[in-house]
Design a protein around this ligand. Structure first.
Ligand code: SF4
Length: 862
């Protein structure tokens, strides 16, 4: 839909959740009109998806899976996919108070009016938040209670390798990689729509799609044993160049956890760490080609204006053509002052050349995951790194300028002893010593997480340590670290890991406990401030859940709750790896060494367990090269920068209006959005110098969130004068609705000083009698000698200030409200503070405050 049409519709459609914007914290998270968000006319589509993420906006907007599905689905003209996140507790309270349902972001549509609602389930601790979202949307929790008219509730994501605890709640699960499945499901549902099929027939039609699990049979939900379910095969994208990389992901407002353009360079990992569920369930390794990555990066930066990118893979350092990828990306990134990060690195997997390139761009934190302190335990888990390699890696980091490192460890791994725990602190001491040798004081942080034996790994039959034993081992470590200077120990809450372990390893019996926990108040379980161990121990007891049994050891011949999920890994292989673990035998990476017949690939010695897909085409590792190129070209010269991005050659001023949805952007959000729009517009921006270069853009005084303005200004420093004539139209084409640039002028080189006086229009959106009352309050205020306000200063002392000199003029506008002239010569105060002092009982729904004018430095005003 064109921007103008969307804007008009946006302003008139305040029927549901959006009417709460003036009341809610972080209103921008509920606007749904971010750059690159997709808006369609509902009457032009036949299938409406909600892509739900059971956590808050900041986390959900960092999740690549949702961006991929959003892009794939919205390409189809008959489908509209919208986003929905779990609202924070304040917003949930407002929804309940006003009797409003949870809605989609883009169109403010109640979730129960969609055709299909797909939840991304990335870990087990988000399960009660799924119930929270269904509850806020007025959708019954259990599939058997949802009749015609309710959307189909679908679950997918990393946690769905054991969907057993969730079976009664979902109509359908997607097991494995979703790109092809969501399209096949959509095609099936579109046909069903054309044929006017009912809910039960639509579900039946979905059954035939590989990777789709329908828990209900004969129209009834299945709370019974999961062993009665038909086997479902994990879906694999065999060719990653066919898997869409969205070039134009939605650019979030605010500060999401990962605020960057993510380029997924590969899927799968065959290093074979025996504790790692992600590695085991994502084989084979499939790399994207360098050509695809190069064009995706170019398009991605053009479409988003991001200042950081990350190369995403389970182990990015193992990408076979990493050196070539870095060299081809370095020039583009360095010319646009874009940083590159590699979030998941194995020790020793980066060549000195790549580490040098990383350090010369914007520098991110250094984290390494030895996982275990001792060489012996690292052999048990098949980590495949030596202490010598780790110390060499850290030494390189320190010599390239990093001054801190974070090391990840697990405690409670099979066969762990006190010596292995002692080895954690010894390893940290050696890392600290490397810095001391160079005469520097380095920060070393050890982050410790209790081990959970996850399904589909060689350790799936092992026991998870009981809580008292985890605490004892943690206390032992805390005592060791207490005596050490510059070594910090952090740990993950062991009680939270116990709950995660129960849901990872349990079956359908957990469904009732999940409902009880939600009704007892549990939501956002993975947030430390929301997690309540008391609730969980109570609901486990009430629902006869034997935690010790679920976390205890399993026999190799036992039936496991997740056996009906065919991940491709054979039990024979997992048992063999378990035996090798106890024998401390390494298993080399099957990418470059012999096949171990794990059961995934179809072109090796044994046939693939993923039979339906193997019948369609070959399932195998797909690499760019037969060996890692960074080992061969490590000594090659680094590409250099061809221009100085700090050159200050010219200045411009941009005048803009910030109204409609844009008025809900905070100053920080506005700055980020504008920086990206300017980058996207290809302006030759000048940057500050230092480790974190920023574009030299100065904004005038910040507007309070919710206050609109018809005239704002920002100054931009450029490396050279502008040649373009269509800058305003380009900026407005990519702008957030309500943020409109209307004038561009060349400037003398400095930021426009903040004006001493500003004129506002206070629109009164209430009854005539109330308008009279409010007008009277302002007329009286301007006639008073003093308008005292008592508030706390920066040192938290009570201080009285007089607001009267700041209120220069009040004039009535019969049709609209009041014109107000504020004078800030005695210091700026938020106009909302004046408003609340003079009319303390005014509600957010009763007014709109719009800044109409401010004088430029050249012109006297008014
Ligand atoms: S089938 Fe062989 S080559 Fe393929 S992932 Fe398994 S062990 Fe590796």
């Amino acid at each position: 839909m064109c921007g103008r049409l969307f804007y008009l519709q946006y302003l008139t459609e305040k029927t549901q959740m959006r009417q709460l914007l003036p009341y809610v914290h972080s209103p921008s998270h509920f606007l749904g009109c971010e750059l690159n968000s997709v808006h369609k006319l509902p009457e032009t589509v036949s299938l409406r998806w909600g892509l739900a993420f059971p956590d808050v906006y900041e986390l959900g907007m960092s999740y690549l899976g949702q961006k991929v599905l959003y892009s794939i689905l919205n390409e189809h003209p008959r489908i509209w996919a919208e986003r929905v996140f779990a609202p924070h507790l304040q917003m949930a309270g407002l929804l309940r108070e006003h009797g409003l349902p949870l809605c989609t972001l883009e169109s403010d549509t109640p979730l129960n009016r969609l055709d299909i609602l797909g939840f991304s389930l990335t870990h087990e601790l988000c399960y009660t938040t799924v119930l929270y979202m269904l509850d806020l949307a007025g959708i019954p929790f259990r599939a058997e209670d949802r009749g015609e008219g309710y959307p189909l509730i679908v679950g997918g994501g990393g946690a769905i390798v054991n969907p057993a605890p969730l079976l009664p709640f979902f109509d359908c699960f997607v097991v494995g990689e979703g790109e092809d499945i969501v399209l096949e499901m959509s095609q099936t549902l579109l046909r069903a729509e054309d044929d006017h099929l009912g809910r039960s027939d639509r579900l039946n039609a979905l059954r035939s799609i590989p990777g789709v699990l329908i828990p209900s049979r004969q129209g009834r939900s299945v709370p019974g044993p999961s062993s009665e379910l038909p086997e479902v095969e994990r879906r694999v994208m065999t060719d990653m160049d066919r898997a869409k990389l969205p070039p134009d992901p939605v650019i979030p407002f605010g500060k999401p956890v990962h605020d960057r353009y993510t380029l997924e360079i590969a899927r799968g990992c065959s290093r074979g760490c025996r504790f790692c569920q992600s590695g085991m369930i994502s084989r084979p390794v499939r790399e994207r080609s360098l050509e695809t990555l190069s064009s995706s990066l170019q398009k991605g930066l053009e479409q988003t204006g991001y200042e950081d990118i990350s190369f995403l893979a389970l182990s990015a350092g193992d990408f076979s053509a990493l050196d070539s990828l870095f060299r081809q990306s370095f020039e583009l990134c360095s010319h646009n002052q874009v940083g590159i990060s590699l979030p998941s690195l194995r020790v020793g997997s980066l060549s000195p050349a790549i580490m040098g390139m990383l350090s010369s761009l914007r520098r991110t934190g250094a984290t390494l995951a030895p996982e275990a302190g001792s060489e012996r335990l690292r052999r048990v888990i098949n980590k495949g790194i030596t202490e010598e390699e780790l110390l060499r890696h850290v030494e390189q980091l320190f010599s390239l300028g990093w001054n801190g490192v974070k090391l990840y460890f697990m405690i409670g791994l099979p066969t762990e002893t006190e010596d292995d725990l002692q080895a954690i602190v010894e390893l940290c001491r050696k890392v600290r010593q490397l810095g001391r040798k160079k005469g520097r004081r380095l920060r070393v942080t050890a982050s410790v997480t209790p081990f959970i034996p996850k399904p589909h790994t060689p350790f799936q039959w092992e026991a998870q340590l009981p809580l008292d034993e985890v605490n004892a081992r943690l206390n032992f470590l805390r005592e060791l670290f207490r005596k050490e200077k510059s070594l910090e120990l952090r740990w993950h809450d062991p009680q939270m890991s116990q709950v995660e372990g129960v849901f990872s390893r349990g079956g359908t019996e957990l469904a009732a406990a999940l409902e009880s926990a939600y009704h007892a108040g549990d939501v956002f379980t993975s947030w430390q401030e929301c997690f309540s161990p008391e609730i969980w121990s109570r609901v486990f007891q009430e629902n006869a859940i034997d935690e010790a049994l679920l976390l205890g050891p399993r026999g190799e011949t036992d039936e496991l709750p997740w056996d009906f999920v065919n991940s491709g890994m054979s039990k024979r292989f997992l048992k063999q790896e378990r035996a090798r673990a106890f024998a401390e035998k390494p298993t080399p990476d099957c990418r470059y060494h012999s096949c171990r017949q794990c059961g995934v690939c179809s072109d090796r010695e044994a046939s693939s367990l993923l039979e339906r897909q193997a019948a369609e085409g070959s399932i195998t590792h797909r690499l760019n090269r037969g060996s890692r190129d960074q080992e061969e070209t490590a000594s090659g010269p680094l590409p250099g920068r061809s221009q100085d991005l700090g050159t200050k050659g010219a200045y411009i001023r941009l005048w803009y209006a910030k109204e409609g949805p844009a008025k809900y952007l905070s100053q920080l959000e506005l700055q980020t959005v504008t920086h990206r729009m300017l980058r996207k517009a290809g302006l030759p921006l000048a940057f500050s110098r230092g480790f974190h270069p920023q574009p030299l853009v100065s904004f005038s005084r910040a507007l309070p969130v919710g206050v609109a303005s018809q005239k704002e200004c920002l100054s931009v420093c450029l490396r050279h004068a502008l040649q373009e004539t269509d800058l305003l139209s380009r900026l407005n084409a990519w702008s957030v609705p309500g943020l409109r640039f209307f004038e561009i002028e060349t400037a003398a080189g400095r930021k426009l000083p903040n004006p001493a006086r500003e004129r506002y229009l206070l629109r009164l959106l209430t009854s005539e009698s109330r308008r009279v009352e409010l007008r009277l309050a302002w007329s009286e205020a301007v006639r008073r000698e003093r308008l005292p306000l008592v508030r706390r200063d920066k040192k938290n002392r009570l201080k009285e200030i007089d607001l009267r000199p700041r209120l220069e003029k009040v004039a009535s506008s019969p049709s609209e409200g009041l014109y107000l002239v504020f004078n800030w010569q005695e210091g700026y105060i938020s106009p909302l503070t004046l408003l609340q002092t003079i009319t303390p009982d005014i509600g957010p729904q009763e007014y709109e405050l719009v800044k109409q004018d401010q004088p430029s430095e050249e012109s006297a005003w008014p």
